[in-house]
Design a protein around this ligand. Structure first.
Ligand code: GLA
Length: 681
């Protein structure tokens, strides 16, 4: 099977989305000259070219693309060729309105923007397959072709009648019989029982709360329906070029696709990433967000991955769009390399002069080649070209953060104990608490093999399958350390509350007899804990298991911190359990501690589990990651920092030797390789 190494060929890929159809051929000539100047090795072409390639139904205009790919090839620039199916031309919607998606209200989502297709529409699929087939037949053996890019940021949900038919057939596959569906959905509630398959519809606008399992299944279905579109196009392009890997770009920590299922279908996992340049260094939307998405993407890929899109400077879709100060684009690019990326690409190569994204930055901005942005792009291209040692190497993590999309979809619905519970925010807080102390983390599916990890953390998985619960039990019984966050293990895969409110296997592991009640906190409310720290978002009325229970699998919990204020004062808040004869431990954290407290708690769990931070002496604000033999150091503080080293190293970026320490200025980065013994440092 083709993989990312077939595209990189030993060099980090560097480039961006290239939309030549927005420009006359004179500009193409300049583009190629400047791409060479900037060290671009990969151009992603054709992402939104459908209307240019097929100006009227069945017509084909490949001449311009022949020309562009020929020019890129001559210049030695590789091509990531996109199927154009994310943005059907207006004629498709005008002639076949059934290809247009409908929202929950039944309102048509019109053309005039992009992504206006219904994944279940056979007419859309047929047209998408035809243009993909012709594109693949024509360019599948093109010498410049390095990678296929199918569609773009899949994610449009549709609620139309065609979708309803497709949803029913998906449900038939899942449940087999209507009786099984009625049981899984709990349709005895509110007289929702279905008597025929035809009565079932997507969760359209309704009078009040919609059946939660119907909503959950519709999210699973929507992800699968979009995935069918991807797989269909992937198979077409692969048939014409079996040695060329195929990807589709994810949005960062995106709710609309089951990222584990999708990644399994891709040769290369790629992501688009846009942290906020205006964020403070320790804000969740800044470099911590970058690290989270990079760790997740690497874990989905199971190795090197591709940063398909980032911004050279400002985006145009935040309320206020701040440019990246000098050095930040370089630092965030190298952060991605540190965390496993073998391709650093941008949206987009040349800044548009028209259309909705003309104020979105690009590698080549409106200000032209003599601009600060282009200077930085050129410098980055040169640096990345020198980092051949990193290509194909891996990042090894001793900590796993468990994450799963169904749990997100189920816990994010209305009608729960608290609307203030925000799954991705909880996940991000836990990841950031690990990231801030340079404990390298992977993400993992709760049913994945966890044996290689010293520490496994579950920030909050409301829904857990039986297989996942057995997996966690096996992990702890096998000597692992588990830290489990609040409101976890509550529902089964049908969103049916587990017997006793929390799964019994989990309660036994945690040494908890029962959770009497969920006790969510008001927004901005903090509850005091006995160690002087505070919890946010959530609290729980817990009762610990009887310490006298000496059955073999009964976890005995000690209270690490109790609630100190509010209605639960004196009751356990954070616990740690071990079972007789076990070496493993299972912590339970029934609130969301503020980040410094969560950091301290995780530091202690990691210490006892034997998970060690990269460079334990690194000062705060210094991100340290090991990739292969290389040690990446990044300074996220506004001021200069000095990082002590245990052994002499040489910085591959500056060429400088660092016998004992490295000093990094604002946005500074060092990529250190151990200095061979005997050589003069
Ligand atoms: C996404 C899309 C691009 C572009 C950028 C702008 O990532 O894939 O086409 O719209 O956003 O940030």
């Amino acid at each position: 099977m083709a993989g990312l190494n077939d595209a990189t060929r030993g060099r980090l890929l560097f480039g961006g989305d290239y939309n030549p159809e927005q420009w006359p051929p004179e500009v193409w000539q300049e583009d190629v000259r400047l791409m060479r100047d900037a060290g671009v090795t990969l151009a992603t072409v054709g992402v939104f070219s459908w209307a240019t390639l097929e100006p009227s139904p069945g017509a084909r205009d490949f001449g311009w693309l022949d020309d562009v790919l020929g020019r890129l090839d001559e210049a030695g620039i590789g091509v990531c060729l996109a199927t154009p199916t994310a943005s059907p031309p207006p004629w498709l919607g005008a002639r076949h309105p059934e290809t247009l998606p409908r929202d929950e209200h039944g309102t048509v989502v019109w053309y005039g923007s992009r992504n206006q297709f219904c994944a279940s529409s056979p007419v859309y699929r047929e047209h998408a397959a035809r243009i993909t087939e012709d594109l693949a037949r024509r360019y599948g053996r093109h010498p410049a072709l390095r990678l296929w890019h199918v569609n773009n940021e899949y994610g449009t949900a549709c609620y139309c009648d065609e979708t309803a038919r497709h949803f029913r057939s998906w449900l038939r596959d899942r449940y087999g019989t209507l009786q099984a569906l009625n049981e899984a959905w709990g349709t005895a509630f509110w007289s929702q029982r279905y008597g025929t398959w035809d009565e079932i519809i997507p969760p359209r606008r309704a009078q009040y709360l919609i059946n939660p399992t119907q909503v959950l299944d519709f999210r699973r279905f929507t992800s699968d329906a979009l995935l069918e579109c991807f797989v269909a196009e992937r198979d077409i392009v692969a048939a014409h070029s079996p040695d060329v890997p195929v990807t589709t770009n994810f949005m960062p920590l995106f709710a609309g696709q089951d990222g584990w299922r999708w990644a399994a279908e891709e040769d290369v996992v790629s992501v688009d990433l846009y942290p906020d340049p205006a964020a403070a260094h320790d804000d969740a939307t800044g470099p911590a967000h970058g690290a989270l998405v990079q760790d997740l993407t690497r874990s989905q890929a199971g190795g090197p991955w591709m940063l398909m899109e980032q911004a050279a400077s400002a985006v145009n879709w935040r309320p206020v769009n701040r440019p990246k100060p000098e050095g930040l684009m370089r630092q965030w690019s190298l952060q991605a390399v540190a965390r496993g990326a073998d391709a650093i690409c941008f949206f987009q190569w040349r800044q548009s002069r028209q259309g909705s994204e003309k104020f979105h930055s690009a590698m080549l901005p409106h200000a032209g080649e003599h601009s600060r942005t282009f200077d930085q792009v050129r410098a980055l291209g040169e640096e990345l070209a020198g980092l051949t040692d990193v290509v194909g190497t891996t990042v090894t993590a001793s900590v796993a953060v468990l994450h799963e999309w169904s749990a997100w979809w189920a816990s994010g619905q209305p009608g729960r104990p608290s609307a203030a519970l925000d799954y991705p925010a909880v996940l991000a807080t836990w990841h950031q608490a690990l990231w801030e102390q340079n404990l390298t983390t992977d993400f993992a599916h709760p049913e994945a093999d966890l044996t290689g990890y010293r520490l496994v953390v579950v920030p909050q998985l409301y829904l857990l399958s039986d297989a996942a619960l057995d997996n966690l039990t096996r992990y702890v019984r096998g000597g692992g350390t588990l830290v489990c966050g609040f409101f976890t293990g509550v529902a089964d895969v049908d969103d049916r509350i587990r017997e006793g409110g929390v799964d019994e296997r989990l309660r036994r592991l945690l040494g908890i007899a029962r959770v009497h009640e969920w006790w969510p906190l008001a927004e901005e409310e903090r509850v005091g804990l006995s160690d002087g720290s505070h919890g946010t978002v959530w609290s729980e009325d817990l009762e610990l298991a009887d310490a006298a229970d000496d059955s073999e699998d009964a976890g005995r919990a000690e209270v690490i911190a109790a609630y100190a204020t509010g209605p639960l004062a004196g009751r356990p808040a954070v616990t740690r359990a071990t079972a007789a004869g076990d070496v493993g431990a299972a912590w339970y954290v029934s609130t969301l501690p503020e980040r410094p407290a969560l950091r301290a708690l995780l530091a202690e769990a990691a210490r006892t589990a034997g998970a060690t931070p990269v460079l334990p002496d690194a000062p705060a604000g210094c991100e340290a990651v090991r990739r292969g033999e290389l040690l990446f150091l990044l300074n996220h503080l506004p001021e200069q920092i000095t990082v002590p080293l245990q052994d002499p190293h040489t910085d591959l970026l500056s060429g400088q030797a660092h016998p004992t320490e490295v000093t990094l200025g604002r946005h500074g980065v060092a990529v250190l390789t151990p200095t061979p013994k005997g050589s003069r440092a």
